[in-house]
Design a protein around this ligand. Structure first.
Ligand code: NAP
Length: 336
């Protein structure tokens, strides 16, 4: 099968990690170009791999004839512009979450993809490729536990980079729960809300922490997501789906158990990059296989759009103090 030639825009933490993954682990793909806002970051990364060219701008990389598919791992604010540029050039594009900063930009992206006449875009919601979540979805979809009634989830972080803000707890952190919960339940949201709780003195900044996000779905299920963005004991992701006849829980990652001093213990990861490392590998292998077969099949522009609208509703509810409606445009046929 023909090798997919990839250009990566954004040579920061996850950009470097995806270049390593695509060049060393994923079959059928090679990174041929990189670009970064900071040109030295691109040339330094390019020098680590034979045959990788560093471009000065993302636009030049997208236009380069050798680049067949573009991976966007630059900062959040730059995603929508590069996605539109890549779609306009008729190229495949993988965009790390979030797809865009506004629902209006997500709509523009859906329009551009429909104009292209086929799916070209995939959004980086890698949890869908985690074996634990995938097994949960299989059990829920089988119906063996009856109808799903609610989800209890939590997302706990040890720390944040400087400049973190209250809204980022939704747009950068809980965005993963916003995607995975609707994927597990196979339903769309009706309302979204954030609730005030007692604040943690462990927060090393001036943002609200923790926050509790509440969602309801069209069929009346309720989802609560506890989001601790700072000062937690570890990077810990939990998810329990409560069904009519039982519950299904996300498994913890495998860890060695120690028995000593009258206690049984095992370590919990502190770093997000390790928690879903296998999911990223599977995500990119599946993406490349799908491109070789003609089109991406993973999370779509619609999924990016729904999470953006839901995040906006949560943020609005902080100001209004009541649950806000999640108002979506009609789902285009391409994403049904
Ligand atoms: P990062 O370390 O700050 O890297 C971002 C890189 O992009 C930096 O080198 C930055 O350069 C560069 N950049 C910024 N604006 C650019 C532009 N307009 N054109 C080209 N390059 C630009 O951040 P990161 O942690 O790698 O995150 C990158 C993206 O991946 C973010 O959108 C983040 O939300 C997403 N992400 C997703 C996951 C996931 O779980 N799926 C995990 C981590 C990150 P400068 O430093 O010079 O600004």
């Amino acid at each position: 099968m023909k090798e997919v030639k990839i250009g990566v825009i954004g040579c920061g933490a996850i950009g470097r990690e995806h270049v390593r993954r695509l060049n060393n682990l994923v079959a059928g793909a090679s990174v041929v170009a990189v670009a970064d806002y900071f040109p030295e970051a691109a040339s330094k990364l390019a020098a680590q791999y034979p045959g990788v060219k560093a471009y000065k701008t993302g636009e030049e990389l997208i236009a380069a004839p050798e680049v067949e598919a573009v991976v966007i791992t630059s900062s959040d604010e730059s995603h929508a512009g590069y996605v539109l540029e890549a779609l306009g050039a008729g190229k495949f594009v993988f965009c790390e979450k979030p797809l865009a900063q506004t629902a209006a930009d997500c709509e523009k992206i859906m329009e551009a993809e429909q104009k292209a006449g086929r799916r070209l875009l995939q959004v980086g919601f890698m949890r869908r490729y985690d074996r634990g979540y995938a097994a949960m979805k299989g059990i829920i979809a089988s119906g063996e536990l009856g109808a799903p009634l609610m989800i209890h989830a939590c997302h706990r972080n040890v720390s944040q980079a400087p400049g973190f803000a209250t809204d980022y707890a939704v747009t950068r952190v809980a965005i993963h729960e916003l995607d995975i919960s609707r994927w597990l339940l196979d339903d769309e949201y009706d309302t979204a809300q954030v609730l005030a709780v007692r604040q943690s003195s462990a927060t090393k900044g001036d943002w609200l922490n923790p926050q509790v996000m509440m969602l309801t779905t069209k069929s009346g299920q309720r989802i609560d997501v506890e989001v601790q963005t700072d000062g937690a004991y570890a990077y810990d992701i939990q998810c329990q789906v409560v069904c009519e006849n039982g519950t299904v829980n996300l498994p913890d990652p495998a860890a060695v158990v120690t028995r000593a001093n009258a206690a049984r213990s095992f370590p919990i990861l502190t770093d997000w990059s390790q928690r879903f490392i296998e999911a990223y590998d599977i995500e990119f292998q599946e993406w490349v296989k799908a491109l070789q077969a003609g089109a991406p099949t993973g999370p779509s522009a619609w999924d990016g759009y729904v999470t953006c609208v839901t995040a906006d509703a949560i943020i609005k509810s902080r100001k209004t103090g009541v649950p806000e409606k999640v108002e979506l445009v009609e789902k285009p046929a391409m994403y049904r």
